[in-house]
Design a protein around this ligand. Structure first.
Ligand SMILES: Cc1ncc(C[n+]2csc(CCOP(=O)(O)OP(=O)(O)O)c2C)c(N)n1
Ligand SMILES: [Mg+2]
Length: 676
């Protein structure tokens, strides 16, 4: 459908410092046009919400136009990157897209840019450097850092814009990201939109009264400044200087804008928590009417009124169009979860001759191959550079590929994962090591909500490999966990769990060429469990499929990770002692699950055993049992057997740990009891 033609002035979305000097009146007129459009459209969205035409959380940007419109006009939309927040509708409409497309998003109709999978302000335009916010405030700072860095690595002199409010300034992500940006000298403008409230919470309940947020910049070694609520033209000049400085120095800057929230937190907010007279004070402080009056004085009332009338008419035409767009269809929705698999990367057929390697060395060889053959790959994590990682999996990679490709990160799993997401969505291929899988809980939001939902929400690929050294090797509750069922209870994540050096090598290649976030579980007990031949394997993509490790007709056993080896021993014993041959599978890939071969095997054996190291309740085995049983017409010959760790935190002492997780003898005992 053709969109209504916008008033000519709205064809201009760029403002440069020189324009402000040379053509001040034209520049101010342009700023006003976009501010009026933002305010009027925002007000109409609020009315449409009240009429029941729009649903969800309409968080208006009324009162914030004076800073976000100049900022968006000043940014270089050909290269800069941004993630707008819920007060930034004015910036969104300047940045890109026709107003009708923005309205389609709000109406959540069939043409919505998020395919109606996300609502309201939760969208962007990833093809043009605008990355969609998730609700979790502060969480978009990391991705902006990564996307800005990615642009620089591609040779584009970009600036990144990261926004957060006075309330969000309390989140860990914001602090982690400011430290990271300063440490890495990333060209990012952090903007605190301080509007005095976080929903109903005033500043004095958010941080110590009298704290000036911009002064926090000094603590991170970056410049900070405040921009007081005021004239949009003046604001444009101040912001232009900041943007130019960040662009030329590649140092981050923190700008606290003291702004306004004219319509409460969201469309449904009654605002009854505001002290008497506060709303009136907000109205009186709104920069828009004063700006309008100054333009009327400069340009005459006729020009301003005519502009407003043309914009208001245009808004109505766009609303009419958006209302007429059909409701969305759920067809294809499930297929949209993952980004499609790209064709196999043309890897060099090397190493051709097998080399005997431990699994740690095989992982290292796989990562080295990725770094050598894919220049867009980047390896990051704690102590992974000169030290080579806590388990030496990245040993020597720093020496070989240098700091730009292989580097240490601070202890900031959330911001660093956010940063990796930013790299990934902008065209790089990060491989991030968590020192222990356990510490990935610090980045749960980034992994499960930001990365995992990215493609579904925005159609953007997020090719990210997260390496997770997991499993119990005598280190207690915080260095031993198996987190697959925690992470995989959320949609949008792929996961591989190799059990031997060749599979680990293959898994690195398969994961690194996928266009989705992939968890690579690496059991620490397998890192140095002997050396085995590893070579280039043209069938490396089989890492995504289970492998039959043993043939049998008595029962089908499904396992993965270190338990593969334990299961092999147990099956040998049972075959020798009980003459019962168990067919065993190494699952290898936990998501997406392909159980077709396993289901066929259960069809032959009629019995199912699932064995894993993760805890039993809500454990991954429950999913396997359910799926295999669901897929069968006939009942099993006997109840399915689940063997897993106890429902406890992983205990420390080796005697306790041994009792906690399945051992070879425990497996034999449980299986033989079950057989009888
Ligand atoms: C991490 C997180 N916790 C809670 C919320 C729920 N929430 C949504 S907006 C909001 C207030 C945010 O205040 P502020 O950062 O000052 O932004 P403002 O809405 O004032 O622009 C809250 C608590 C959230 N979105 N994210
Ligand atoms: Mg606020």
């Amino acid at each position: 459908m053709a969109f209504p033609k916008a008033p000519a002035i709205l064809e201009t979305r760029d403002l440069r410092t020189a324009d402000l000097e040379k053509n001040p009146n034209d520049s101010l007129f342009l700023i006003y046009a976009w501010m009026h459009l933002a305010r009027h459209a925002n007000n109409r969205l609020l009315e449409l919400f009240r009429q029941g035409q729009i649903r969800g959380t309409v968080t208006g940007g009324q009162g914030n136009e004076w800073m976000i419109v100049p900022l968006a006009l000043l940014a270089d939309k050909t290269k800069d990157v941004i993630s707008f927040t819920h007060r930034d509708f004015g910036g969104q409409i300047v940045w890109s897209r026709h107003l009708s497309e923005h309205l389609n998003q709000y109406f959540a109709n069939a043409d919505s840019p998020t395919k109606a999978r996300e609502g309201n302000i939760h969208y962007g335009d990833p093809a043009h450097g605008s990355y969609p916010m998730i609700s979790h405030l502060g969480a978009m700072c990391g991705p902006v850092l990564g996307a800005a860095d990615s642009q620089r690595r591609f040779g584009r002199k970009a600036v990144g814009f990261a926004f957060f409010g006075d309330g969000s300034s309390s989140t860990g992500d914001v602090h982690e990201a400011m430290n990271l940006a300063s440490l890495m000298s990333l060209p990012v403008v952090f903007v605190i939109e301080n509007n005095g409230y976080a929903y109903s919470t005033p500043l004095e309940e958010q941080f110590l009264a009298g704290t000036e947020l911009w002064r926090r910049a000094a603590g991170y070694g970056m410049e900070g400044l405040v921009v007081e609520l005021g004239d949009p033209g003046e604001t444009a000049r101040k912001l232009a200087a900041v943007i130019e400085k960040v662009r030329s120095t590649s140092r981050p800057v923190l700008v606290e804008v003291r702004t306004l929230r004219l319509r409460g937190h969201a469309a449904y907010d009654t605002c009854d928590y505001l002290p008497p007279g506060e709303s009136e004070r907000f109205e009186a402080a709104d920069p828009l009417p004063a700006f309008r009056a100054s333009l009327v004085a400069k340009l005459g009332p006729g020009r301003i009124t005519a502009l407003e009338e043309s914009i208001d008419r245009y808004v109505e035409e766009c609303i009419k169009g958006a209302i007429a767009v059909p409701r969305p269809s759920a067809v294809g929705m499930e297929a949209g979860l993952f980004a499609p698999s790209p064709p196999p990367f043309p890897w060099k057929a090397a190493p051709a001759a097998p080399e005997n390697l431990t699994m740690a060395q095989a992982l290292n060889a796989g990562i080295r191959k990725v770094l050598a053959e894919r220049p867009e790959s980047i390896v990051l994590g704690q102590d992974i550079a000169t030290y080579g990682g806590a388990f030496k999996v990245t040993e020597n990679l720093f020496r070989e590929f240098g700091r730009s490709r292989v580097f240490n990160t601070p202890l900031a799993e959330s911001a660093c994962t956010g940063y990796a997401i930013g790299l990934a969505v902008n065209g790089h291929r990060p491989i991030e090591e968590f020192q222990f899988a356990d510490f990935a809980t610090e980045a749960v939001t980034q992994i499960t909500l930001n990365a995992a939902t990215m493609h579904f929400r925005s159609g953007t690929a997020c090719p990210l490999v997260l390496r997770l050294p997991c499993g119990a090797v005598g280190l207690g509750s915080f260095h031993s966990q198996e987190l697959e069922s925690l992470f995989l209870s959320m949609p949008g994540i792929k996961a591989l769990y190799p059990s031997n050096p060749q599979d680990a090598f293959n898994a690195v290649l398969a994961a690194s060429e996928d266009n989705n976030p992939v968890l690579l579980f690496e059991h620490k007990g397998l890192y140095r469990r002997g050396k085995h031949p590893v070579a280039w394997d043209p069938a490396y993509r089989d890492a995504w499929l289970p492998k039959r490790t043993r043939a049998g007709d008595y029962a089908t056993l499904v396992t993965y990770g270190e338990m593969v080896h334990l299961a092999a021993e147990a099956c040998e014993y049972i075959a020798a002692e009980y003459e019962a041959e168990i067919e065993a599978f190494d699952l290898r890939c936990l998501s997406p699950l392909d159980l077709s071969e396993i289901t066929a095997s259960v069809g032959r054996t009629g019995r199912l055993i699932v064995l894993h190291e993760g805890r039993r309740t809500h454990g991954f085995g429950a999913e396997i049992v359910a799926r295999v049983c669901e897929g069968r017409a006939a009942p099993l010959k006997s109840r399915p057997l689940r063997i897993a760790s106890l429902d406890l935190p992983v205990p420390f002492a080796h005697e306790l740990e041994a009792a906690h997780r399945p051992s070879r003898d425990a497996v034999i005992q449980l299986v033989t009891e079950w057989m009888s």
